[in-house]
Design a protein around this ligand. Sequence first.
Ligand SMILES: Cc1cc2nc3c(=O)[nH]c(=O)nc-3n(C[C@H](O)[C@H](O)[C@H](O)COP(=O)(O)OP(=O)(O)OC[C@H]3O[C@@H](n4cnc5c(N)ncnc54)[C@H](O)[C@@H]3O)c2cc1C
Length: 381
Amino acid sequence: MDFTLSDVQELTRTMVREFAERELAPIAAEIDQNHRFPIETLPKLAENNLFGIPFPEEWGGAGLDYVSYAIAIEEISRVCATTSIIVETHTSLALEAIFNYGSDEQKRDYVADLASGRKLASFALTEPMAGTDAAMQESTAILKDGEYILNGSKVFITDGNYSDVFVVFAKTNPDPALGTRGISAFIVEAGLPGFTAGEGERKMGLRAANTSTLMFSDVRLPADALLGKEGEGFKIAMSVLDAGRVGIAAQAVGIAQGALDAAVKYAKERVQFGKPIGNLQAIQWMLADMSTDLEAARLLTYKAAHLQDLGKRFSVEAAHAKLFAGQMASRVAGMAIQIHGGNGFTESYPVERAYRDAKITEIYEGTNEVQRMVISRALLR
Ligand SMILES: Cc1cc2nc3c(=O)[nH]c(=O)nc-3n(C[C@H](O)[C@H](O)[C@H](O)COP(=O)(O)OP(=O)(O)OC[C@H]3O[C@@H](n4cnc5c(N)ncnc54)[C@H](O)[C@@H]3O)c2cc1C
């Protein structure tokens, strides 16, 4: 792999960093403290073509590669992780599923609207009894008189109260002998009779992001709402989650970079024993370890994104990147608080938000334990 970024990739970083500093930085702490979904940011993300970065221009996307997309997620996360999960779930999970598995008609109906940011999309897999064990879906979509009747519920759905379009997984055939082949994927539009969303969760991190329960009660879906073939839902979910894991690794890298930048600034400014604390070797070594950890995670992330660009298999590399980057972000944000001393423990400095936001990158889109399962299975195969 060539470790030099292309001009376009460098330009993406510059442009997204400027956007994040201008539009996201001024509100990031406020939306977090008030648990307020940043609805005003959505048109700005759309204007800057940030909702469909790795999708072709003719489909409304920015026509960039997945490495550029990872860089963009990193730069948004460096300033506001809440905003990055809005972009990430929409792009890496929902849009990726529709773009890769949609019929020509479905792509025509949805991709341009989603990639251009005119509409927002969610990915609804998790259920009360189907978390890590995603195959334990209890939602059903039973074909009757040419329509699928969807019943069940989903939990923890990012943007559940705000999305226009949902990729929803449900059992089309409850025969236990079929296992995961009984699960199918559907494109479900908000506002259909019988489809409701509960209130957003109050969370320790990503506090401004919307995470809600979805309820389906006899929701009637046209037969052409089926995404891919009947029985392909689990395969679609797993393949899309590979892409998602690269996005979450990039999010972790960005959160950690924000924490490191804040720690360096503080180390130069804070004076103890008559000198900036950055003069102390204890602080210097922490900064050096943070930077090394961060750079390793960044390279794993770009490697997985690069394989994605080449159209090669990248499941294991995505798991490496997400496992390492998630844990790294928690470590680096913790050290950034240590460098800030008591100030780091207050809401007056951005590192306590980074510390709270980092934790989720070890949990969603496959916990650390799931990533270890993916990696070890490949080793022992
Ligand atoms: C903020 C947020 C946003 C989210 N967004 C979405 C979304 O948009 N769409 C969506 O579908 N889901 C979403 N999720 C759900 C998320 O993906 C799940 O929470 C995650 O997959 C873990 O599932 P669980 O919470 O049920 O934990 P559980 O599966 O109950 O796991 C609990 C613990 O047991 C461990 N464990 C479970 N099984 C095993 C095993 N076989 N071996 C070893 N350890 C194991 C887990 O690693 C974990 O440590 C979101 C969650 C949060 C908190």
